[in-house]
Design a protein around this ligand. Sequence first.
Ligand SMILES: NC(=O)c1ccc[n+]([C@@H]2O[C@H](COP(=O)([O-])OP(=O)(O)OC[C@H]3O[C@@H](n4cnc5c(N)ncnc54)[C@H](O)[C@@H]3O)[C@@H](O)[C@H]2O)c1
Ligand SMILES: O=C(O)C[C@H](O)C(=O)O
Length: 343
Amino acid sequence: MFAARSSLRPAAMGAVACAVRSISSTKATAARVAVVGASGGIGQPLSMLLKLDPSIKELNLYDIVHTPGVAADLSHIPFPAKVTGYKGADSIHAALEGCDVIVVPAGVPRKPGMTRDDLFNINAGIVKTIAEASAKVAPKACYLIISNPVNSTVPIFAEVLKKAGTYNPKKLFGVTTLDVIRANTFVAENQGTDVLKTNVTVVGGHAGTTILPLLSQVKGASFTPDALAALTHRIQFGGDEVVKAKDGAGSATLSMAYAGYLFTAKLLQALKGEKDVVACAFVENTLTAAPFFAAPVTLGKEGVEKVHALGSLSAMEQEALDKALPDLLAQAKKGVEFVQNAK
Ligand SMILES: NC(=O)c1ccc[n+]([C@@H]2O[C@H](COP(=O)([O-])OP(=O)(O)OC[C@H]3O[C@@H](n4cnc5c(N)ncnc54)[C@H](O)[C@@H]3O)[C@@H](O)[C@H]2O)c1
Ligand SMILES: O=C(O)C[C@H](O)C(=O)O
């Protein structure tokens, strides 16, 4: 339980637009943010939530399709961010240039029966192209990777930046906030507690059994052994629940847009100098043998300020962590080799 309640629910997420708007007159606007994959199931609602954030000055929407329409639509919402649509590969440099934060929900989603790793063959190339453009025109930006499989796409992004000589491990994040908000929802339901006061730390990776909710650290909670096993499984396979319910029409989009916005908003607050901003994210660290591992992170003006230790784990959590590490290592290696072997 590292994150305070406010750290996962920024004030601007009062959800009611007028409440958000009332903040806009009091906060200086500054940030330039790009969304890559802005016309997709996640990209559109995420872009809308970002448009409602008064700390954003410019919102650049890039995709290979439809961005002029999405941008025109969002531009009529009366918030400060200037929204511009960029469509097609020729415009990616213009879209990313000068951005402080680049959020990446580009690529194909799962269908029932698929694992996230099954998306690798298509999404690895997409993410590599975006990383190359980022290294060229926005080498100092923070990069927030949503595209799956996150356990491999983040190492791909890092490897491209390393090749270009622009990699800064403090500024590359795999977005695992959806695992945290799912955990909060399911735990509060199970415990009969206020979901707005529930904060679960989720570490590890973002795929099945690599997702490790630390339920032993939830303050005040008490789980039966059956509930513990069922909740852990539901948090780990929450994505599959949505994929199955959508029945071929994709994976989580709305909850992911909310999660993506939440993490972006936290980062923007920290970049502006706000202190003690903590959120879980999949970042490079030495907590385990895996090169990237989701953990609670203090965010600061330069990105990652501090990666927190995992704290004490139950025997079940330690066992799950030990089992997840070979998968995390293999999935990271697959990403790195994809870039190293590319022509
Ligand atoms: N990290 C997470 O927790 C999480 C949660 C949900 C989904 N996802 C992943 O996010 C990705 C997007 O999901 P979605 O439901 O929005 O899919 P979607 O198909 O609805 O949208 C993807 C968008 O990416 C665009 N795109 C494709 N190639 C591109 C390129 N080269 N450059 C820029 N844009 C490109 C498409 O045109 C489309 O608009 C998937 O890989 C999905 O698995 C991750
Ligand atoms: O399940 C998926 O494929 C999408 C996403 O990673 C999720 O957790 O919902």
